[in-house]
Structure formats: C-alpha cells, structure tokens
Write a protein that binds this ligand. Structure first.
Ligand code: ATP
Ligand code: MG
Length: 778
C-alpha cells in the first residue's frame, strides 16, 4: 500500500479504520452521529478500493451537494494524487442521472437536448395538467415552458394556482416514490392518476424532464434495457454514498440496481435526515439491510468535531425524537468548552447587532482566542432571515459569503442563460421568449405587445417562436408593428446570431459568458432591479451591479470546471480548449439546472476568509469554530405551515424540525450561540422555539434582552391609553419598524393620555396592534 494511504488510514481511529479496511466485497453500512468522521472514513474506504485494484474510473462516489462532491475530490486528491482523483466519478444523484438520461434520451422518448424543468416550469405544467383534467381544455403548448411569473397575461385563475401547489407536492412525492399513474389508479386515486398522467404527457410533448424524472428515468433505463444495465454495472465496480439518510426511495432503487456486485458502502446518520420534503426516506437503511443481507454494519461513536457541552446539548435535544432507527451514544474526548449561549433579542435588528458585536469582538486582535472570519457561520431556517445581516456586514466591513443559489432565479441571470441556450440545438420557445424580453429596449407594455404578436403568429402558423419572430422581423408578416419595434426585433435576431458565432468560434466559455452578459441592456437591468437586488454571496459583497452577477457566474464556471474535470488552475484553459466551447456550454447549462434545482444546497465552501451565511439545510456536513443559529423561534424551527409542505403539526414533522436544529447545533466546533427574537418585523410577538427547553440548564447560559423592559412598559402605557405618538408621524404613512421602536413609542415620549391617538394607532395599525405588546413573562 502506498505510504500516503497508510498514513491516512493510520490517522483514523480503530473503528474508522476497521470500516475503511473491511472486506470490499461485503456491503458496508457506516451509521454514526455528526462529527464522528463518517466522511473521513468514506475517503479511507475509497483509498482501500483503489488499493484493492479497483480502477479509479470504476468507482462511483455519490454525495448530495456539489459542494460535498468537490470537497471529497480535493480530500482524495491530497492522498491519492490528482490523477486518481480526476479519474474518480464523484457525483450528485442529479448529475449522474442526467448523464445517463442524455446518453439514452431516445429510449425515454426525448432528444438528447431535452430540457430540465425547474420549479417554475414544473408548476406551470402542473397548472396545465390540472386544467386539462378539470375541463379538458389546454393552453397553447408554448406557454408551458415558461415560469409562472412570465405568463404574459395568461395567468391562471387562483383556483388553478391553489390546486397547483397541492398537486405539485403530489407529483413530487409520486416521482420520489416511483409510483406510476396506473398504480394510483389501482389504489382508487383516479384523479391523482389522471393529473400525474397529464403532467407526464405535457413534459413529453415539451421534450422535457423534471428533476425527479431524472432519477426515475435512470431506474427505468436500467430496468427495461438490459444493455444499459450491463454497461452501467460494468462501469461501476464499486459505489460509495455519503449522507445516505437523504436518499429517496427512487434514488435507493437506482443504487440497488447498480450495486449488484455488492461493492457498496453507505454512510449516514438517520438523525440528520432533513430532506423529507424532497422525498428523502430513512427507511432506506432498512431496505439496505434487507437487500444486502450479508452486510457489515459499523457504528462510530466518538465526536471529533465539537466540545463536550455542544455534543451533550445536541444529544439532549435529539433524544426527544421517538422515531429513531439507530440509537447512538455519541461521546467526545474533547474538552467541555464553554456553555451554549441562549440569547434573547427584542427584535431582528437587535439580534443582528448582537451577532455583529460578537464577530468583531472575537476577530479583533485584542481577543484572547482570536478567530478568523472564515471560521464563523450564521445559520438560519429561511434565506430571508439572513438579509439584515448582509446589510449590517457590509456597513461594518465584515467580509461574508452567502450560500445559496437564488442568483439563478434572478431574471437577469435567467436571461443570460437563455441567451446561451439559444446557441444549443433544440432550444425551447421559453428561452427565446425570455431573450426577447431582455433585449427589446421598450417599456413593458410595448414589449408585451411585440411578444404577444410573435406568439399569435407562432400559434396561427404552427411555427416555433423563433421562426415566427424570423418571419415577422424579416417583414414577411410585419402586421401592425411599428417601425422601431421591427428594427429592434431585427436587432435581437442579429444579437442571437452574434452569440451563436461567439460560441462556435474557439472561445473559452468564460469569455462567451462575459460577452453575452455585456449584451444585456442597462434598461433591462434597471427594470429588473438587478443592479440593486441580487442575491447570492459575492454579489452582495461587492458593488451591486452587473459586474457582480458576472463575477458570480464566472466563479461558478470555475467551480464547474473543477468539479467536472478536477482540473487545476493551469489545466482549465486546456480543458476548455480541448473539449470545444459548445460541448462545455451544454454541460455548463446542465450544471446550472442542477444548481437551480438544488433549492437549498450550497455552492462550494470555498471562502476561507469570510463569515458564512447559510440556511441550515445547506450547512450539512460542514463545520465552523463559532456558529450562530438565529431566530430559533416557534414558526421558524419548527416551521409548520405551507413553507415546508406540512400543513399541520404532526409528530413526524416536529421530529424532522428537531433534526434540523440538531444538524445546526452540531456544525459548531467550539462555540455555539442560539438566538431568538421577541417580535418579528410586523410587530408580531414570537415565542422561543419549544426545542430550546430541551437543552438542560447546566449546559446553557441565558442572556436576556434588557430592551424587553421597554416593550413591556410600552404595552403598559399604551393599554392605559397614554401613548404619545411622534408629531412626525403623518396619518396614512406607516412608519418603519425602526421608527416605531426608536422614536414613537420610546418610554420617554409616552407622557400624555390621548384617546384620539389610540384611535389613530388603531386606524393605522389595526385593532390588533396594541394587543401585540402583551409580552409574556419568561
Ligand atoms: P457530519 O455528520 O456532520 O457529516 P462526519 O461524521 O462526516 O460529520 P467528518 O466531517 O468526517 O464527520 O469529521 C468531523 C471532524 O472530525 C473533521 O474535522 C475531521 O477532520 C475530524 N476527524 C474525523 N476523524 C478523526 C480522527 N480519527 N482523528 C481526529 N480528527 C478526526
Ligand atoms: Mg459528513
């Protein structure tokens, strides 16, 4: 065995080493708690497979996020060398299946250029499916591929929108579990069967697959086509899967079929299963036991990541879950560390101020235990809770990076991607329509008129959108369009031609994207507020302008190239040149569709020098010295309404919410802050999360918010009708939350009784407003 391998395996503890080195022909399950070195052991397992003579190109490693995939490749490269790491296939389920489906597209009744429908397009197709089933009428086909917000006035009635939410969830679950319309029909769910059937037909007619289809179609390919199965089984002689608890039933089927050779290793922790809304199903562990009966199971129980207080507090929380299939006694040899700080804040601004102060304190040179920005993370349930931090960090010059993919949901970015897509064969009408919307330099109404006209001709003549546009702007059927509209339309077509030439010339894709982005008119950027309102890490770190959007895309290309080709900095250009720009562009667009559909998944954890802002879902598998979990309130964790699809509180959904807090708490190495707020931005009183009561007193240090007294006295005085509103507050102008807190209701200003003013408050803020000041004694 090479020295490097030996050294790595020696760095593992006995159990970890036993797992990594166990017989490769025996299926292996590593079940263990957070921070116990599961991922580290998995790296060891890959080294063993290589050592046993399985070629790197025959090893398939599955992870759940692009970030995790590239991190694993880097870790393996360090020990086994770049060449071996490059040969390995380290993939997410999405990109693995996408590749298989593209390769055999015709067997799925698609062309290899099929589209991948994201959330918006899926919803649109659902609305259409519901409509078809309810009244047999259909919208024109070309509208299906558009996002719901881009429906050009064809907005469906509310009825369909409401129904679509419900049915989208239904279809998602149907696809995750692999049920067909016929199966629903057998179960007596005729309507479900019909809608699922309609939906599938619509996607087929649009040459599209959705995110879940990619998995089920891969399974179908392997089950129905023996030659595909043989080819795949020959290719993948060993399979390892991290974060196994997040696999859906369908993904599990895929693994089971591929792993007929028994060279399979699964690694996971049922307590960290937090993707059930995406079909994740922890019964996969049981299925594994059943399907691979001679498996070996190894438990790891030493936490290497966190201090004792953190490990114990997290265990105290998770032990309240009843539905746990693998009871684990997680222990640690690490020092106790400091107690978990439970911080009460009177509102979100106060919460933010607290975090900012703490960060500046611990990163300053005066700090006893100086910590770098890169070792700090802020975790939250919903992206929106992180917004206020972005502003504050910018003001206080704290470098930060936001994990998230919201940037691909921005219309400007979608427009750039659509422009790129037009250069690929089989480009869809939706992309062309988006390009026209971005490039026509008219006001909205006029733009709509031109696009409607193209749609009209396209429907009437049964042309594609772009052919209709071609006819119109070459003046064959100019109809009632005005001269400037025709001229601009022609310019759009010319621009598309230019882009196509750009791509076909030998250019790097970075250069193509830069040029294409520069073609988006300023007017459109302004219209979309892209230059002030762009989500996603570096965009908000830098000037809020097009340059940052571009920077984000270019960074992503470098992530993409390194993930897909494991190329070092110097090799990238060679790879680009070698493969030809068009092929790379195709692959890049697929990659983006994955980023888009990853919903909660993160970009590469590459920013070592800045504070990370991320949702808890994105933080999986990662770790930081100092972690702040913010807004740990009822209605956030647990979040029990339509946000996570669980309309009402039930045992299972509460347990999933508890797991979410557990994942968050176990990201911290040395210091954990859990914060909650007393009021939200609408002045609604909020309760701290019920889960906080599960952390025993001896592990926690509570910090109250002195401002709470202000809130109470406010309530007291207002309820007596002694409120004194500032004279600046003009009727009908609702004050900002900050104004209300800092000025109008400050106790020093509450000095005169006035029924009139109470009436004014009620008229302007609603009768419930005063009641909200009823602060509970805690
Ligand atoms: P999670 O469940 O959060 O994904 P995990 O079980 O995959 O966690 P790792 O990320 O592999 O855990 O390891 C957690 C930390 O512990 C890492 O910093 C890793 O380097 C360290 N670690 C793992 N095993 C050992 C060991 N045997 N000795 C020292 N440090 C270790
Ligand atoms: Mg891990």
């Amino acid at each position: 065995m090479p020295d490097e391998y030996l050294k790595y395996l020696q760095s593992l503890n006995d159990r970890q080493r036993e797992a990594a080195c166990s017989d490769i022909a025996t299926p292996l399950m590593i079940a263990a708690g957070p921070g116990s070195g599961k991922t580290s052991t998995m790296v060891g397992r890959v080294l063993m497979l290589l050592n046993e003579g399985i070629s790197a190109s025959n090893i398939l490693a599955m992870t759940f996020t692009i970030a995790a995939a590239s991190e694993m490749r880097e870790r393996i490269a360090k020990v086994a060398g770049k060449a071996a790491a490059k040969e390995l296939t380290i993939s997410t389920f999405h990109s693995f299946s996408l590749q298989l489906c593209r390769l055999h597209a015709e067997k799925l009744e698609r062309t290899p250029e099929f589209l991948i429908y994201g959330h918006g397009q899926q919803r649109r197709a659902i609305i259409e499916a519901v409509r078809l089933s309810e009244n047999g009428k259909s919208w024109p086909k070309h509208n299906v591929g558009m996002d719901s917000e881009e429906s050009n006035g064809l907005t469906s009635p509310h009825h369909f929108k409401d129904a679509s939410k419900k049915w989208l969830k239904f279809v998602t679950q149907a696809k995750a579990s692999g049920k067909t319309p016929a199966e629903y029909s057998k179960m007596g769910n005729e309507i479900g069967a019909e809608i699922l059937g309609n939906y599938n037909d619509i996607l087929k007619s649009c040459n599209a697959l959705d995110y879940h289809d990619l998995i089920s179609c891969s399974v179908k390919l392997l089950m129905d086509f023996p030659e595909v199965l043989k080819e795949s089984q020959d290719s993948w002689k060993a399979i390892v899967i991290d974060e196994f608890q997040d696999t859906s039933a369908m993904q599990y089927s895929l693994l089971r079929i591929l792993a007929s050779h028994n060279h399979i290793t699964i690694v996971g922790d049922d307590d960290q299963s937090i993707f059930s809304f995406n079909g994740a199903d922890i019964s996969g562990f049981d299925s594994f036991r059943k399907d691979f009966p001679i498996y070996k199971e190894i438990r790891l129980n030493k936490n290497y990541r966190s201090t004792r207080y953190i490990v114990e507090a997290a265990s105290c929380v998770i032990k309240n879950n009843k539905n746990r299939c693998q009871l684990k006694n997680v222990d640690t040899d690490n020092s106790s560390g400091s107690k978990i700080v439970i911080k009460e804040c009177h509102n979100e601004d106060a919460q933010c101020a607290f975090v900012v102060d703490k960060i500046l304190e611990t990163t300053s040179n005066q700090s006893n235990v100086k910590c770098s920005f890169g070792n700090i993370a802020i975790l939250y349930r919903r992206q929106v809770s992180g917004k206020v931090f972005q502003t504050a960090f910018r003001e206080r010059k704290i470098p930060f990076n936001v994990h998230g993919v919201a940037v691909y949901r921005k219309k400007v970015v979608r427009a750039i991607i659509a422009m790129l897509r037009t250069t690929l064969p089989g480009c869809d009408d939706g992309s062309y329509r988006r390009v026209f919307k971005a490039l026509l330099p008219f006001e909205k109404e006029e733009k709509k008129k031109v696009i409607d006209y193209i749609d009209k001709i396209s429907t009437a003549r049964k042309f594609s959108f772009i052919s209709a546009a071609g006819e119109i702007f070459s003046a064959k059927v100019s109809g009632n369009l005005k001269r400037p509209q025709l001229t601009q339309g022609r310019k759009v077509l010319l621009t598309l031609e230019m882009i196509s030439k750009l791509v076909h010339r030998e250019q790097s894709i970075s250069a193509v994207i830069t040029s294409v982005a520069n073609m988006v008119p300023q007017k459109y950027l302004l219209e979309q507020r892209a230059i002030v309102d762009v989500d996603g890490g570096k965009l908000l770190n830098e000037d809020n302008d097009m340059r940052s959007v571009l920077q984000y895309l270019l960074d992503d290309i470098s992530d993409f190239l390194s993930t897909h080709f494991a190329a070092a900095e110097g090799e990238r250009e060679v790879v680009e040149g070698d493969k030809g720009c068009l092929n790379l562009l195709k692959a890049f667009i697929d990659y983006i569709s994955e980023r888009e559909s990853e919903n909660f998944r993160s970009r590469r954890h590459d920013n070592e020098t800045s504070v990370t802002l991320t949702t808890i879902h994105q933080s999986k598998g990662l770790e930081w010295d100092i972690v702040f979990i913010i807004k740990v309130n009822e209605c956030e964790i647990p979040l029990l309404h339509e946000f996570n699809g669980s309309a009402k509180e039930n045992g299972a959904s509460i347990e999933e919410e508890r797991r979410l807090l557990y994942v968050a708490m176990t990201r911290a190495r040395t210091k954990l802050f859990i914060l909650y707020v007393l009021t939200d931005s609408n002045w609604q009183m909020l309760q701290p999360s019920r889960f906080l009561r599960e952390i025993p007193n001896h592990l926690r240090e509570e910090q109250a918010d002195i401002k709470k007294q202000d809130l109470q006295s406010k309530h007291h005085d207002i309820s007596k009708g002694t409120t004194g509103l500032s004279a600046d507050l003009r009727p009908n102008i609702r004050p900002s939350e900050e104004d209300v807190v800092q000025n109008d209701f400050h106790p020093s200003k509450i000095d005169e009784a006035s029924t009139e003013l109470t009436e004014f408050v009620e008229a302007n803020f609603g009768t419930g407003f005063l009641k909200r000041f009823c602060v509970d004694e805690r």
